[in-house]
Ligand binder design. Structure first.
Ligand SMILES: *Cc1c(COP(=O)(O)O)cnc(C)c1O
Length: 794
């Protein structure tokens, strides 16, 4: 076919922006708002992505490459414009172009609302993976849900979290291509009958999954993949008979019911919501994705036994685990493959990533719910369970038990590889949640330690540091991050350390300006000590608050003492139904109010808690951080990825031996990491001890005094839920780890005051963290799980 696109002349960015402003948006440059300019730039940039995107698809077809399909309930993408500009190498041109318009391109890019289709680490991981798969040329699709409302917007009222709906789609979203032709029916409920020797499922409710595609461009525009998100639509848009009869609400009922499925993101990534809607969401996007995958496969191949060699499907946690039985159903019921072969074929395609060992976060669905919503799937799960039992007669685990379907064991048994997300987490998985399954399938569990994309978390977020690195070791490190090791010798170079320090200082000044705009004045000469992540008991923000109170009390005792000034920065949202986490938020704000207002100490210690932590705020906070708080109870954080972003940006970590902290400490060196706290096995042992919290409090007068201050109403409310918890059951061992945390924090204080030594440690953190690129992680998945090959469009 003739290449019609060649007929369109390539234009410079300036003309492209002006053209889009006028012809796509219908705006006149004189009256255009920042948002108009941003939309025009987005269209102009999107145009530059389309050709490499098409070329990537053509290359995948031409080479008959294996495709990877990454199924995830969450994609916490953040802003797309800056990522695309940076990856296409157009930042300088964009900067000049907008200077010509009298605008700062960074301000224009910062106008974009965050696409917050995720809760936290799990969703952000999926977003980093998409970018890395494109950078590496791994032919891949992300599949998820196009939530109308992403993660709620957080505000504070009287120090308490208030939630407002997020509406990222209230304005034009320039990145998407709607695919009204790509629609797939998805059914629920109904019944199963045998018809001519086959089981036929006839659902009694149907919705349509409609696709919207967003191209994801890799570094240097070398490759582009697709993020395909599904929206739910009614099968029949409108009941005209009811409308004509005057029943206007009734006429739109089907539409409302269907649209509910893609209306909102479930606002929690760790606690199980036993909701029918959640299961519907999970099946909705999984079923639509699998049909889409098979449809594409059918256009290329006519032999289903090739499926595992051409298709890799990765399940990001158990949320899409219904993919196992659904793929078996498609192959067996619809395509006539015999059941054992269908199970084998499905397993050959599927991989499962486990993200948590927290028992309350392991998904289960009651058989009643599963049977009423997905009757055929329940039957198939019984068959899969029976087949597994037959093959392993001495087994003690089941996918079905206590009236529930257990999605973890189901995902495990339907996947050819199961991975954990850090070395420690993978080992604990083998010993705890999947101990029995691991014994039966010792080859199945593999580790793939998480990573983060350096394009967003260094090049975009920290342009000053990136420029210094490029000056020091040349270009080419951003997609070959272990080259950061070449910075090691500069840790001994006083001039380099000073420049590194000046960059951190400039980033701190920028952040201080931003915080001042939020009425949170902070002094850039103090240490910036940052804990940003979802608020959760196991992440122990309350341990940090208790240490803050104790420090404040000592400062008050001796205000002229030789203190290291600190700004304690917190960020994070609590799930709306998670009462204890919301109490922690209230406590942080209440403590901040009192400490920030204390004239005796507020030049030494301040608390800043900017509301509505999200990807864009993380991009501002992390480059300015000097201390990274990674203080979860050992054994509870599967990996963490925030910890990696900080280390790469030259913050030192104070942390426990948990998740990927273990690997960070190994790589950056124990002498460049502030370790404290019990190990995972000590945690287990300590919990057995009678009255461990009371013993810890009795042994540490600082902790006792901090708790007393809270109880006595120093911070207004008395926060009984928190004080009673940490002095009572204290499942997360806040009290037991307090003394050692205090010790490590004071070592941090001392270390920070020796600027040269601190900067040396910081540089070594950056230099030795290159392994935490998500490129390394994706190469691991490609090699150990997907057996997929990288392609290129030259
Ligand atoms: C990286 C990131 C997370 C994950 O942080 P952890 O500290 O690993 O829990 C959560 N939310 C956002 C916005 C992030 O960028």
């Amino acid at each position: 076919m003739k290449d019609l696109t060649a007929a369109i002349p390539a234009t410079d960015l300036r003309s492209a922006v002006l053209q889009h402003l006028k012809y796509s948006l219908g705006k006149d440059a004189e009256h255009a708002t920042i948002t108009d300019w941003r939309q025009a730039l987005s269209f102009a940039i999107r145009d530059r992505i389309v050709d490499p995107w098409f070329a990537s698809t053509r290359e995948t077809y031409a080479r008959q490459g294996k495709r990877v399909f990454y199924l995830s309930m969450e994609f916490l993408i953040g802003r797309l414009l800056e990522d695309a500009v940076v990856n296409l190498g157009l930042l300088d041109e964009a900067h000049e172009t907008f200077e010509g318009f009298g605008l700062d391109v960074r301000t224009v890019m910062a106008d974009e609302p965050d696409a917050a289709l995720g809760n936290g680490g799990l969703g952000r991981l999926a977003a980093c993976f998409l970018e890395s798969m494109s950078t590496l040329g791994c032919p891949a699709y992300g599949y998820g849900i196009r939530y109308e409302h992403g993660l709620f917007r957080q505000g504070f009222r009287d120090g308490r979290q208030v939630e407002a709906p997020e509406d990222w789609l209230s304005e034009l979203h320039a990145w998407e291509f709607e695919r009204p032709e790509a629609t797939i029916p998805v059914g629920f409920g109904g019944e199963v009958r045998e018809l001519g020797g086959r089981m036929v499922w006839t659902p009694d409710e149907r919705v349509i999954a409609q696709a919207t595609d967003t191209p994801i461009i890799g570094w240097h525009g070398k490759w582009a993949n697709t993020l395909r998100l599904w929206s739910a639509r009614p099968e029949t848009v409108f009941d005209l008979d009811r409308f004509n009869a005057g029943d206007y609400f009734g006429a739109a009922e089907a539409e409302n019911t269907a649209r509910t499925i893609s209306r909102v993101l479930y606002p929690d990534d760790t606690t199980e919501e036993g909701k029918r809607l959640r299961l519907k969401q999970e099946f909705f996007f999984t079923a639509a994705s699998l049909r889409d995958i098979l449809r594409r496969f059918d256009t290329e191949y006519d032999d289903l036994s090739l499926l595992p060699s051409k298709v890799a499907i990765q399940l990001n946690d158990t949320h899409p685990a219904i993919a196992g039985p659904e793929l078996v159903r498609l192959l067996h019921d619809e395509r006539g493959m015999d059941l054992p072969r269908a199970i084998e074929t499905a397993r050959g395609c599927l991989g499962y990533t486990n993200h948590t060992l927290l028992p309350e976060a392991l998904e289960r669905w009651s058989e009643g719910l599963m049977g009423s919503l997905l009757p055929r799937h329940l039957q198939l799960i019984e068959r899969i369970d029976a087949a597994h039992a037959e093959a392993h007669p001495d087994r003690r685990v089941t996918m079905l038990g206590d009236g529930d379907v257990h999605m973890g064991p189901l995902a495990f048994s339907m996947a050819h590889k199961v991975n954990g997300v850090s070395g420690l987490h993978t080992e604990l998985m083998k010993e705890t949640v999947f101990a029995e399954l691991h014994r039966l399938h010792p080859e199945r569990i593999v580790n793939q330690t998480n990573g983060v994309t350096p394009r967003r978390w260094m090049v975009s977020a920290n342009p000053r540091l990136s420029a210094l690195i490029t000056e020091a070791i040349g270009i080419g490190w951003a997609d070959d991050l272990e080259r950061l090791a070449e910075l090691e010798p500069m840790a001994e170079d006083a001039g380099f350390l000073e420049r590194f320090d000046a960059i951190k200082r400039a980033n701190k000044v920028d952040l201080a300006g931003n915080l001042a705009g939020r009425d949170l004045p902070v002094d850039p000469d103090a240490m910036f000590d940052v804990q940003i992540k979802r608020i959760h008991e196991y992440k122990r923000q309350h341990l940090n608050v208790l240490e803050t109170i104790a420090l404040w009390q000592e400062m008050r005792d001796d205000p002229t003492g030789d203190w290291t000034p600190r700004v304690k920065i917190f960020g994070g949202k609590a799930a709306p139904g998670y009462v204890f986490a919301k109490e922690i938020i209230h406590l942080i704000n209440a403590v901040g109010d009192v400490i920030n207002a204390d004239p005796a100490t507020n030049h030494l210690l301040r608390v800043a808690y900017p509301a509505n932590y999200n990807v864009s705020l993380a991009e501002r906070l992390i480059p300015a951080a000097e201390l990274s708080q990674q203080i979860s109870t050992a054994g509870k954080e599967a990996s963490g990825t925030g910890n990696m972003k900080f280390a790469l940006n030259g913050a030192l970590t104070i942390g426990t031996l948990d998740g990927a902290n273990v690997e960070i400490r190994e790589l950056v060196g124990a002498e460049n990491f502030f370790l404290f706290g019990m190990t995972a096995s000590e945690v287990v042992a300590r919990r057995e001890m009678h009255d461990h919290a009371r013993a810890a409090i009795e042994a540490d007068p600082r902790l006792a005094r901090a708790l007393d201050a809270i109880r006595s109403g120093t911070f207004g409310d008395r926060f009984e839920a928190i004080t009673e918890n940490v002095s009572g059951q204290d499942y997360f061992l806040v009290s037991s780890d307090f003394s050692d945390y205090w010790r490590a924090s004071r070592e941090v204080d001392a270390a920070w005051r020796d600027r040269a030594a601190w900067n040396r440690m910081a540089v070594l953190n950056t230099a030795r963290s290159g392994w935490f690129s998500s490129d390394r992680t994706i190469r691991g998945y490609m090699r150990d799980i997907w057996n997929a090959e990288a392609l290129s469009i030259g």
